[in-house]
Design a protein around this ligand. Structure first.
Ligand code: FE
Length: 254
């Protein structure tokens, strides 16, 4: 597991823990935000990265304590190891109110179950030290109960599966057009509809975003890259837009 510091100023740090090559498991990024003496981990991942991610987080936090575990949605690469995080830290875990009763199927100990907290559909603010992180609605992108996190200090927008790329070896997107083939198929199939993408992009345009950091693959740094991403995503047809007549009883093969 390697660490990239995305932002480090006046006691506020944003660190990417990236991890490549876990066999069958999809590559995933874990993000850590530390402000003063409090930290939060975003989409901490499943069992394959748990030990390494927990160790790296503890080391980076130093004397600071982990206050929040943010779960953008309910997928296994995000929540599977949440019990371990709850058992070994005093942090609260936050996920959509739609998923609070489902996540315990990954195994959440009774002792820590009350620290798995619901986020209402409209989103919320999470205090971190004397700063405040913004939990933004991103429903149907791709999960029906889905949130992103905006850090107004570093101006990093953490977008979970939105903006994800598969099979790239760079940490930052160097060339948007050359990067498109690594995102397109995933977004067309996993994201629900262009209507949801457009609504999301309109919301994001109200914010001052310096970087978009997804949970898989490379991140988008700088205003120009962020704009390119918003323009691309607003025009992308996906999910129900492109399903066509996909619902048919399948033909028998062979
Ligand atoms: Fe997902």
């Amino acid at each position: 597991m390697s660490e990239s510091v995305l932002y480090d100023r006046d006691g506020h740090r944003n660190i990417l823990l990236e991890d490549y090559g876990h066999g069958l498991a999809v590559q995933a990024n874990q993000h850590l935000v530390i402000h003063g003496d409090e930290g939060m981990i975003l989409d901490p991942g499943g069992h394959k990265v748990y030990t390494q991610a927990l160790g790296a987080t503890g080391k980076l936090l130093g004397k600071s304590t982990l206050r929040h575990i943010f779960l953008s949605h309910q997928d296994p690469d995000i929540v599977a190891a949440v019990n371990g995080w709850l058992m070994t830290t005093d942090a609260d875990a936050w996920c959509s109110e739609l998923w609070v009763r489902f996540v315990p199927h990954f195994g959440v100990d009774r002792l820590v179950a009350d620290r798995l907290k619901p986020i209402a559909d409209e989103g919320m603010y999470l205090p971190l030290g004397d700063a405040e992180m913004v939990v933004l609605p991103a429903h149907f992108l791709h999960s029906c109960g889905n949130f992103h996190l905006y850090d107004p200090v570093s101006k990093i927008l953490y977008t979970g599966d939105l903006g994800a790329s598969l099979g790239v070896s760079y940490v930052e997107v160097p060339d948007f057009d050359a990067h498109l083939p690594f995102m397109e198929g995933f977004h067309r199939r996993y994201m629900a509809s262009n209507r949801a993408l457009r609504a999301w992009a309109d919301m994001v345009r109200e914010l001052d975003v310096a970087m978009i950091a997804p949970q898989h693959g490379a991140l988008f740094r700088g205003e120009a890259m962020v704009q390119r991403f918003l323009d691309w995503i607003s025009h992308l047809e996906c999910g129900v837009d492109v399903m066509g007549h996909s619902y048919r009883v399948p033909p028998r093969r062979g």
